[in-house]
Design a protein around this ligand. Structure first.
Ligand code: ZN
Length: 398
């Protein structure tokens, strides 16, 4: 039993978790800042109860009400929605969404066509590397290309990560604006039937793509070896289908099929065949970024763009418990994502059972996660105060 998680224990454990461990105060402060200039009570919360009973349009005015609501309903899952012009409720159809954090949802199931270690709900340290790369690329893009600062990274509870951007400009972005940000970050296009999903053209690359490639390069060889992208004939076939030039494709096929299966060796051989083909043949414009395109197809973030584009898409709250795994949706620092180990992520079970072998470590990691959350909220509060002061000065001038 020790180390295992039993869903039937949730009703008993959740009230204790919400009272003792869920960071209610900082959670309310984060939502308050994100709700401003509307009151916290205009923000939708939604609960999933036992047996998948779903309650939408719950609201709270303060921490005390949150505590009461959590104790009364004991949600197995807690989601956060948008901020309305009025207190939202089921019967109220005139409520209009005014703001909402800009959110990103990255889930490993969207990597099933490239990851080879696991499929569907499964996840391991090897495929977690895809999430590390995604976090690093998205975080840098949000900060460097959009100037956002209040960025919260949260483990989704099972096999993915969420990102919440609370800057005022992000919160008040309209749907087309959200769509534009999502499209800007989207480099992998096309469904299951499309073999080559990345097209970078032949002009000089945009700095954001060069930056993404520099991040990918830090991990690519290791990813290649761990995932063995090219080790079987099926996987090799996938690579060949990404090569748009018939002559080059058959040269690569001949070279790679005749060698041992190790993916790194095959990859290096592909690079040398590609380079010598480009040197020798004149017409290589369309192949200029072939290697970069393939690297991106294997490892660049796959976003659920509908979550980002939607104004009132509900998203699992930080520090909610994943009902299936028992794991806490911890807040992590993007620059520490690479050191995050899946089995070190606290679960409700190990946190509340002091005889669990993981108890001490999980408790430490839970404290660190709350501290990470605080840091983001404190800095959000600071920048909100500056913004409000500037707004007040501006209205005085007029
Ligand atoms: Zn895996």
């Amino acid at each position: 039993m020790v180390g295992h998680y039993d869903e039937n224990m949730l009703p008993e454990m959740l009230p204790i978790y919400y009272t003792r461990l869920f960071p209610q105060n900082i959670f309310c402060r984060w939502l308050t800042c994100g709700s401003h200039p509307q009151p916290l009570s205009n923000r939708e919360l939604s609960f999933t109860l036992a047996d998948d009973v779903y309650l939408r349009y719950l609201t709270i005015c303060n921490q005390k009400e949150l505590q009461t609501l959590l104790q009364k309903k004991c949600p197995h899952k807690l989601d956060i929605g948008a901020v309305y012009n009025t207190k939202p409720s089921i019967g109220r159809h005139d409520a209009v969404v005014l703001s909402r954090e800009l959110v990103f949802d990255i889930d490993l199931t969207d990597y099933d066509e490239v990851r080879t270690c696991c499929q569907e709900a499964k996840v391991c340290e090897k495929c977690w590397k895809f999430m590390i790369i995604a976090c690093e690329i998205i975080d840098r893009t949000l900060r460097e290309d959009f100037g956002f600062q209040s960025i919260l990274w949260v483990f989704s509870g099972r096999r993915g990560i969420h990102c919440w951007v609370s800057d005022y400009e992000a919160r008040t972005l309209d749907s087309p604006g959200r769509g534009a940000v999502a499209d800007y970050m989207c480099l992998i296009m096309g469904g299951d039937n499309q073999n080559k999903k990345v097209h970078l053209g032949s002009d000089n690359l945009h700095s954001s793509i060069r930056r993404a490639l520099a991040i990918i390069d830090k991990y690519f060889e290791q990813l290649l070896q761990e995932q063995e992208f090219l080790s079987t004939s099926d996987r090799l076939e996938k690579l060949l289908k990404m090569i748009p030039d018939d002559t080059l494709r058959s040269l690569v096929k001949k070279s790679l099929e005749s060698m041992p299966e190790a993916s790194l060796d095959r990859w290096n051989s592909f690079i040398s065949v590609y380079e010598s083909y480009c040197r020798e043949s004149g017409n290589v414009r369309k192949l200029r970024y072939l290697v970069e395109e393939i690297k991106i197809q294997y490892s660049y973030p796959r976003l659920d763009v509908n979550v980002t584009k939607g104004f009132n898409h509900l998203l699992k709250s930080p520090f909610s418990i994943h009902p299936k795994t028992g794991k806490v949706s911890v807040v992590f620092k993007p620059n520490n994502a690479k050191n995050m180990k899946l089995d070190e992520i606290p679960s409700i079970y190990s946190l509340l059972d002091d005889s669990s072998p993981d108890h001490v470590q999980h408790e430490t990691n839970m404290r660190a996660a709350v501290k990470n959350f605080q840091e983001v909220v404190f800095s959000l509060e600071k920048s909100e105060a500056i913004r409000r002061k500037a707004d007040a000065n501006m209205s005085l001038e007029f």
